[in-house]
Structure formats: structure tokens, C-alpha cells
Design a protein around this ligand. Sequence first.
Ligand SMILES: Cc1cc2nc3c(=O)[nH]c(=O)nc-3n(C[C@H](O)[C@H](O)[C@H](O)COP(=O)(O)OP(=O)(O)OC[C@H]3O[C@@H](n4cnc5c(N)ncnc54)[C@H](O)[C@@H]3O)c2cc1C
Length: 472
Amino acid sequence: MPPDDLARLAKRLDGRLSSTAAERLRTARDASPAVGTPRAVVSPAHVRDVVTLVRWARRTGVPLTARAAGTSLDGESVPVDGGIVVDFGGWNRCRSIDPVERIARVEPGLVNRDLQRRAAREGLFFPPNPGSSDRSTIGGNVATNASGPRSFRYGPTRAWVRGVSAVLGTGETVTWGTAAPKRSMGPDLAALLVGSEGTLALLTEIRVGLAPLPERRLGLLVPWAPEQPWAGLLRFARGPDGRSLSALEYLDPRAAAALRGSVAGAGSADHGLLLLEIESTEAREERRALRGVERMLRSAGADGPILRFPDAEELWRIRGAAGSAIDPGGSPRVREDVAVPRARIDELRRRLDRIAAAEGVPMVLYGHLGEASLHPNFGVDPLSPKGRRIRAKILRAAQALGGTASAEHGIGSIKRRFVPAEIDAPGLRVLRELKRIFDPDGILNPGKLYPPGGRAPSRSPSATAASGLRRG
Ligand SMILES: Cc1cc2nc3c(=O)[nH]c(=O)nc-3n(C[C@H](O)[C@H](O)[C@H](O)COP(=O)(O)OP(=O)(O)OC[C@H]3O[C@@H](n4cnc5c(N)ncnc54)[C@H](O)[C@@H]3O)c2cc1C
């Protein structure tokens, strides 16, 4: 990129472009091992800044990578091809909440937890609650189709997007979706941007649906023997006794050890733990639901004490603290995110155990069990040959069972080569054609999501030469 091009852009953006080493370093990583240093960081102030930037990028061929909180785990927000990071972190306002339509109109950089707080004042909540909800943003959640424990009952972010405003890779501004409770008018254009990882458009506003806040949320903590199968539990959880459940999570004995430090009486150290949440509107309903859930747990094989947390938030707070205790040093590790059809969940676990045994590396396993969505963790450098091999084995194991290499985190730069095992050739062609329509010059977040090879829009050779690429 000729330096005067960048200087001209900085002038047009009136100081909202920074190329200081500190800013470039800050945006060179997310929570994954991927690294890519941008030439500059732009913090747009208005939609017209975003349009200016996209038009400039089309002209110069310089790539743009949207960034919000940078908590993604597969390099989604890392500018692996250099270029410019578009930082939406400052777009953090909740513009309005319509309590009748139960829709929040938010800026993409609004932190998930801040939306929860704002919605609670109206007696509402935003159901997707990823483990990163104290940092991750609604824009990031939409662009990765994030989930959380409550997705067991309420589904992923995709289920809650009611509309978007965005700047396409063409430089056009669009507003898609409606506040009308229903509409039947062709495919849902807003839905195309969910999970698109900033490769099709830059989101400038998001309208999300909200759900009524239940009056009561009861948390349960239940010891679970590691050898006890899960499939029966998942069958019961989907039946009449599980109807009140909003979350069903699992921690294996290693992950549970961190939590046991702060909860007395949570079963013996050789047991894992189930974490459940029951939603209800009043005490009698809660007691009835609890009886059903206890019946379900006993029938599925739970035989230890069932600890109750009258306010489930307390349980989730302890669980969150245990999350950082699993890896206090934040050392690099293989940290995966797979899901399978519920009936195959025990087979997945056996395969993961076999991978750990064959590689001679202990595994820490936890996840959103109710959705057969697991996070196997291995204390190995994910960029080492061994780390890469372990990751490939995990992802292929899930795919071989009819599952997925990405349950909720996304594909980013790290998992692209695993996509063709799940999306057939016509499907990949459609995805690439969509990319071409939305982003004809391939300027939006290159090196992500779409598998390597194939005919995707390519950037100009000068732009490629100008970027400082280092890939995780
Ligand atoms: C401790 C921890 C726990 C986690 N737990 C969960 C979990 O339970 N469930 C889960 O699903 N994920 C989880 N994650 C992963 C991560 O938090 C999610 O993927 C989250 O949605 C990313 O949000 P973000 O604001 O950090 O986005 P970023 O990382 O900044 O960006 C993510 C993607 O969104 C794109 N993007 C951002 N803003 C825009 C925009 N305005 N327009 C277009 N594209 C945009 C970026 O280009 C990128 O592709 C966890 C991560 C950590 C570190």
C-alpha cells in the first residue's frame, strides 16, 4: 500500500485512523493462536466513515478486518492478510428497546452483558449468553453465531437476529429485516450475515429479539461419574421432565476440581459435574419442575447429592471463575469446539478419550452437554505438529459422527480446511458465489471461513504484497 494512500485515507477520516505500534499490536491477535499485524486501525465514528473506508479499500485492494472485543477463538478477528482493522469497540450503545415487539436496536460493539443489564430493566433478556458475555459483543456474537448455556432452550444467536444495517463489500448500505412480528418474503437476507465472520459486510446496527425474563432461575449442581453414559440423560432432558430446563452443562473431574474449591459438598473428586438451570414463574411451578428434573437425573444414573442454588446466577458466576482456574496461566492449548447429534455423544467421548490415550496428553473436557456440544482441551501448543494433529483428530472424529468441527466459535483462519467435509461441493459453490456478490473484490476479512482453493474473489497483487502476513 503506498504510504500516501494511507495518509490520504487518514485525512479523510479526520484522525480516526491510527498506525501506532501500540494500536497495531493490540489488534494483531484475538483469543486464538493466530497472529497478523495490520497496517493501521480505523475507529469509525459514523456509517459514512465505514462507507468511505470500504470504497477506499475497493480502490486500493487493501483488506479490512472488522473487530469488536477480539475474543474469538479461531482467528476470526485477526487480520491474517494485514491491511486495516475496523474497530467497532466504541460502537457500544443500546439505541432503543421496544418492549412490545421485544426488540433491541443496538450498535455492534455493545457488550453482551451490557445488553442483558439494559434489557432486564424492561423485564427481558437476550438469550445467547456465551462464556465470554462480560466482554464479547453483539456484533461478534452475530458474526460468529455464538451460543451459550441457555442455547439449550433458546437456540443460538441466529434464532434472535431480527434485522441488520450494514455496509456491504460493494460499499452499499443496506437495512434488512423488519420489526413486524411476521413476514414471508423470500429468503431472510439478514440471516445470511449471521455466522459470516465479517466476510460479507460490516455490521453497523443490529436488531435482536429479546425474551421475557423468567421470574425464577434455580441452579443445580450434580456429581456425574465419568463412565456414566450421556445419551440417556440427553433423551430425558428432551422429554417431559426436561421441559423446564434452560441449560445443561458438563465439567469433567479435572475441570470440576477448580469449581469444587469454592463449593462444599459437590461430590467426590473422581466425579464430573452437571450444571443445570430450571426456569419458572412461581414457587409451585419451580417445585414441580424440580421434581421432574430430579426424576430425570436419577433415571439417567446420577446418584450423588443434588446441590441447589436458589439464584442460578450464583452457579454461573462460580462456573465462570472455574473457567479461568482450568488454565490460570492462559498458556496456549488446543481448545476445541465440536458437536454431534445427541445420539452419538457417547461415541464422541470414547473417540476423544482414545485420542488423549494415543497422544499421551491428558484431556480436560467440558461443554454444553444438553446440545451435545463439547470443548475438549489439551495442554499442547496448538501450533506444534502434535497440537495440529490432535486438533485434526478431534474435528474429524466429530465430523465422522455426523457432527461439526465448529459448534459455536466459528471457522476463522484456523479451521478452513475442515469445511469441505461438512458442506458439499454445490454448497461451497453457493457460498463462494455469495461472497462474490457481497464482496466482489475480496476485501472483507480474507483468509477466513472459506476453504483454501476454489474460485473466490482475489485481491490485487499490490495489496497482497503490502500486507505483513503471519498465520496461526
Ligand atoms: C473465555 C471465553 C469464553 C468463550 N465462550 C464462548 C461461548 O460460550 N460460546 C461461544 O459461542 N463463543 C465463546 N467464545 C468465543 C467468542 O467470545 C465469541 O465468538 C464471540 O461471539 C466473539 O465476539 P467478539 O465481540 O469478541 O468478536 P471479535 O472476536 O472481535 O470478532 C468476531 C468475528 O466477528 C466479526 N465482526 C466483529 N464486529 C463486526 C462487525 N461490526 N461487522 C462485521 N463483522 C464483525 C469479526 O471480523 C470476526 O470475524 C469464548 C471466548 C472466550 C475467550
